[in-house]
Design a protein. Sequence first.
Length: 312
Amino acid sequence: MSIYEPATAAETLSSRAIAHLISAALFLVVCFSWGTTWLGIKIVVESVPPLTASGLRFLIAFPLFLAFARLRGDPVLFPRRRLGFFAFVTLCYFSLPYYLLNYGELHVSSGLTALLFSCMPVMILVFSALLLRERIHLSRVLGITIGFASLVMILRSQGLGFSHDGFGAVLAILSAALMHALCYVVTKQRGAEISVITYNTLPIGLAGLLLFMAGLALERPDFSSISARSWGALAYLGLFASVGGFIVYFFLLKRMNPVMLSFVFILFPVFAVLVGAWYEGQPIAPDFAFYTTTLLAGFAVTKLPLERWSRR
């Protein structure tokens, strides 16, 4: 046995520990960037109309996505046989959902928006069962039931009943989550061969242009009245939250267990609620905290492969 073997083993353990620490740090970066996205949207729509705000965010992000695609050598254009799918992604993943999210945050808090959008992975399960004929196991049905029952209680605790003015905003945010979930499932059906960089780059650019032009025509924004804080939030959303969070997430996708990584969707609403409460200067009510914890715990159950573990 060589005298160098123990040192080599120690170095291997050390390099693995460093790799795990880097992955954990990047995981928190994604949670933080996606968790603060909702507060960024809230700050933007303080002085920028929702259509214009969505368009500007994507127009800021597009050049960086384009540069990243060129750097990686990924194609920017979708395959010709997927032009209909390209239009679907542009409209139903980027254009309409992000307008609805911006509109929703005009009327409800950033933390509640994040909680509503956290339903999206659960909606993916439902669409997968309907369109892909995938089974939904009993534990996931239980988690979905607990999660949505908690969501109803959260809305009641916030006074957002059917007759409330903010209920339309709640429906807008849930519709955005529904469209994102549908896009994920349709992508699994029809776009699995398309690079994630290709999937995002040109649709973001085109969606940004469409939203911005629609904003100019319908909202007639006064750019001189946009606050410096809103401009800063737009830069943050376009450069850090959209591009940085996306790149780090897909970097981790190749290095972390998919089940563990999927808990980003459970943790980022926690960041959003805490940061939103701090920004708005409002304490988190005990009933809101309880129902939020129950909602996220219910949705977390849908991500755990309990049936596989029980069989083992």
